[in-house]
Design a protein around this ligand. Sequence first.
Ligand code: KIV
Ligand code: NA
Length: 267
Amino acid sequence: PVRRITAPQIAGRKGGEPIVSLTSYHAHTAAIVDKYADFILVGDSLGMVMHGMESTIGVSLDLMIMHGRAVVRGTQRALIVVDMPFGSYEESPAVAFRNAVRIMKETQCGAVKLEGGKRMAETIRFLTDRGIPVMAHVGLTPQSTHVMGGFKTQGRDEASWQSHEDDARAVAEAGAFALVLEGMVEPLAARVTKAVDIPTIGIGASVECDGQILVLEDMLGLNPAPPKFVKVYGTLGSQIEEAVQKYSKEVKSREFPGEAQVYKFKS
Ligand code: KIV
Ligand code: NA
């Protein structure tokens, strides 16, 4: 089998050819993404995309592990990164370590991701020192939606830029191997990318980032109301609807199942 891309290999891509990434929650889609992505994120966005939740707050560790396993099984090449869900890492470095170990053991993924800058630096150090590669995530951090008052683009006020840059430097110094920059004004994302020596992965950020990530279902056209930062590359929503509509018609008209879909019996 092909050896998987590693966290240090991703870290080594700073300033190089842009890093390609998408989310995936599911074995068959992950197998396709695996051919092109350097890493696949099993994001806690799965709570909204797969399970219809209003935010990522309700996602459990067990749910992340279940989807993480599916994606690891469905792939062989990309690094698999699994999100630590809300409540599984904030309390203390020891709690974070215990839960990250469960994710790594039970999914066999290659890294975890958690949200937060300066406030999570000690935890990132604790995990990386103990064998767990950590991807950090700053800017718009969806797990803090109730504190931020919704999904708010960051850096609208230039006075906040230094604090975002400090967050990025803190996680880089703490040993994170890469850093997601989500939902921030473009020049801030460009500035943060220059300020740190680990790759930045943008989503709603900047083309200057060292890589890009999108939620797979968003870019495939399955989200009827995608955010502004999504470029829609596919038409899966309308393709699925067309297929389901045709199936419905053929069931009612008894066109399906046809000769080819039934088991013949010769007596
Ligand atoms: O959960 C997720 O999909 C993410 C990406 C948007 C970075 O964290
Ligand atoms: Na996430």
